[in-house]
Design a protein around this ligand. Structure first.
Ligand code: ADP
Ligand code: MG
Length: 327
C-alpha cells in the first residue's frame, strides 16, 4: 500500500505548479499523474529541446527568482524560435536547496508570465532537493517542411540578425563590476536577465529562411555552427551589426568589434535567406517592430571574413571561437 505523505514537495506541486499556466486544449492530462498526455497535430513535427541552468554557473545566486523563472523558459523558447516552431508545452525539473515559498512564488510568476504570453502550458516536471538548478524542457510544433535547421545555408544567401547585439554581455559586465546601476545600465542588465525570445520572428521567417540559429554563445561562434553544418563560409560587414542606443550610450563611440561578435546571451536569431526574400524580411521587421539587419552573405569558401567600413579585413584579437577561421 502506498502511504501518502504531505511532503513539502508534494504541497509545492499542488499549490504552485498544478495550475501555473493557462490550459490548452491539446493537453489531455497535465500535472498530477505519472506523465502528461498530449495531443500532437497530425501534419506537424514535434520539436523538443531542453536547457539546464545551474546556480553559480549560469546565474548569480542572488538574482531575483522572478527573473530566473523568466530566463529558464526564455532560453528554451529561443530554441523553438530558432527552429521556426510554435511552442506549446513545457516541463520543469527544479532542484532546490530548501523549500523557500517566497522564492518559488517569485520563480512561478516569472515563468507563468512568459509562458502565458506564448500560450505554453506547464504539463509536468520534477521537484527535488539539492544545489539550485533549473531544467526546462520545451515542446513545440512545426509543419513538416518548414523547420529552420542549421544545415540549410546556401551560397549567395543573405545573413540576418534580429534585434541588437551585445546588450546582454554588457549587462553581465556591469553586474560584475558596478555597485549602483544607472537607469540606462539597468536596461542592459534587463536584456541579460529577461531575454525576449524571438518566437514571432522565427514563425514569420520560417517560410523564407534556409537556416537559423539562436545567439547564445556569440555571433561568430553561433553563425559558425550554421556555416560548418552547411559546408559553407561567410563574409560579414561589421558596420552593419545592429547596436542598441542603450549600448551606444553606455559604451560611447568606442565600439569594440571583438566584444560585439563574441558577446553571448543575446538570444537573438541569426538566419540565412536567399536575396529574393529581402522585401519580405523588411515587411516582417515592420510588422513586428523589430530590427532585422542584413549583416553579410554566405560564400563557398569556409570560414568567416569580417570587413570594416572601408572594406579592410578585420581579424578578432582573441581567436579560439569554435569553428572560427579567417583567411
Ligand atoms: P512521480 O513520482 O511519478 O515522478 P512526482 O511526485 O515527481 O511524481 O510528480 C507528481 C506530478 O507533479 C507529476 O505529474 C509531475 O509531472 C508533476 N510535477 C512535479 N514537479 C513539478 C514541477 N516542478 N513543475 C511541474 N510539474 C511538476
Ligand atoms: Mg518525479
Amino acid at each position: 500500500m502506498k502511504i501518502k505523505k504531505e511532503t513539502p514537495e508534494f504541497a509545492l506541486i499542488n499549490q504552485y505548479f498544478k495550475q501555473l499556466t493557462n490550459p490548452r486544449q491539446d493537453v489531455v492530462l497535465g500535472v498530477g499523474d505519472d506523465a502528461a498526455l498530449l495531443q500532437v497535430q497530425e501534419e506537424s513535427l514535434l520539436v523538443v529541446s531542453v536547457d539546464t541552468m545551474v546556480s553559480g554557473v549560469h546565474f548569480f545566486e542572488d538574482v531575483s527568482a522572478e527573473a530566473l523563472g523568466h530566463k529558464a523558459l526564455a532560453v528554451n523558447l529561443s530554441d523553438m524560435a530558432a527552429m521556426g516552431a510554435e511552442p506549446s508545452w513545457a516541463t520543469l525539473a527544479l532542484t532546490l536547496p530548501e523549500v523557500d515559498e517566497q522564492w518559488v512564488a517569485g520563480f512561478c510568476r516569472g515563468f507563468a508570465e512568459l509562458a502565458n504570453r506564448f500560450n505554453v502550458s506547464l504539463v509536468g516536471g520534477d521537484t527535488t532537493r539539492g544545489p539550485l538548478s533549473l531544467t526546462v524542457q520545451i515542446h513545440g510544433m512545426v509543419a513538416k517542411d518548414q523547420a529552420m535547421r542549421r544545415d540549410g545555408a546556401q551560397v549567395g544567401d543573405d545573413i540576418y540578425v534580429t534585434g541588437t547585439l551585445g546588450d546582454a554581455a554588457m549587462g553581465l559586465r556591469l553586474l560584475e563590476s558596478t555597485q549602483a546601476l544607472t537607469a540606462a545600465q539597468q536596461k542592459l542588465v534587463d536584456r541579460l536577465e529577461r531575454p525576449h525570445p524571438r518566437v514571432e520572428a522565427g514563425i514569420a521567417l520560417r517560410h523564407l529562411a534556409h537556416s537559423a540559429i539562436d545567439l547564445s554563445d556569440g555571433l561568430l561562434a553561433d553563425l559558425g555552427h550554421i556555416l560548418t553544418q552547411s559546408g559553407v563560409g561567410a563574409s560579414l560587414q561589421l558596420e552593419q551589426l545592429p547596436v542598441s542606443a542603450k549600448l551606444r550610450a553606455v559604451m560611447g563611440d568606442d565600439l569594440d568589434w571583438s566584444r560585439l561578435v563574441s558577446a553571448g546571451d543575446d538570444y537573438e536569431l541569426c538566419l540565412t535567406l536567399p536575396a529574393a526574400g529581402r522585401e519580405a524580411v523588411s515587411a516582417v521587421a515592420r510588422q513586428l517592430s523589430l530590427p532585422i539587419s542584413r549583416i553579410g552573405s554566405v560564400e563557398a569558401e569556409p570560414g568567416i571574413r569580417c570587413f570594416d567600413k572601408q572594406g579592410a579585413a578585420w581579424h578578432p584579437p582573441q581567436l579560439g571561437f569554435d569553428h572560427f577561421r579567417t583567411s
